[in-house]
Design a protein around this ligand. Sequence first.
Ligand code: DC
Length: 231
Amino acid sequence: MNKITIAIDGFSSTGKSTVAKQLAKHLGYVYVDSGAMYRAITFYAMQQSFINRNSFNKEALINDLPKIKINFKLNKTLGFAEVYLNGENIEKQIRTLEVSSFVSKVAAVSEVRKKLVEQQQEMGEGKGVVMDGRDIGTVVFPEAELKLFMTASAEKRAIRRYEELIERGDKVSYEDVLKNVQERDYIDSNREDSPLEKAKEAIEIDNSDMTLEEQFNKILELVKMTIEDRK
Ligand code: DC
């Protein structure tokens, strides 16, 4: 079968990674969570004390970029690839509200974006890839055969993220999660380099009132139509 590239962009906590994983599994494609790569660099910056509540030493992070190696390794039990920073599995550490509260600032640094976009393009060279993020259809794979743009209300997204964090055992309040979602929407959409925007050809999916199953079926239909159209 003809393999395609599927680019999924959208606001934070719109369920991009959930549907991307479902699609990759169903189609036998590779799933790449590009947000995990920005989170990994943020985690590195936090470990080195380059970033904290009061300051961000951008230059120090830029200088250290050549030392930062990010890769993914399949976790057979979970059925998807986990992210590694310089050989260490940091999948759990990058999902905290603390990393979420700094990541948009790190993702606004052009040098960081350049490094990660190059690596993402290499990972997608062979097609048969589903990648989710903020600039996948606009910058990373402008030629992607299928581009999706996911949206949902900020409140719905905050509830989803809050429940995920509570389930993991994190102590967070709904209000703080909502504030984080709104702040990230603002920074991600207004930064100078590759702001989050809907690619011209992207199909918008508002999943505020969709079940996961309804969403998956709708998107799978779009994938099948795209593959069919190319025959
Ligand atoms: O998808 P996520 O919430 O894990 O992404 C974390 C942050 O990384 C998000 O707030 C913006 C940034 N990001 C980005 O700028 N470009 C991408 N392709 C993916 C994520």
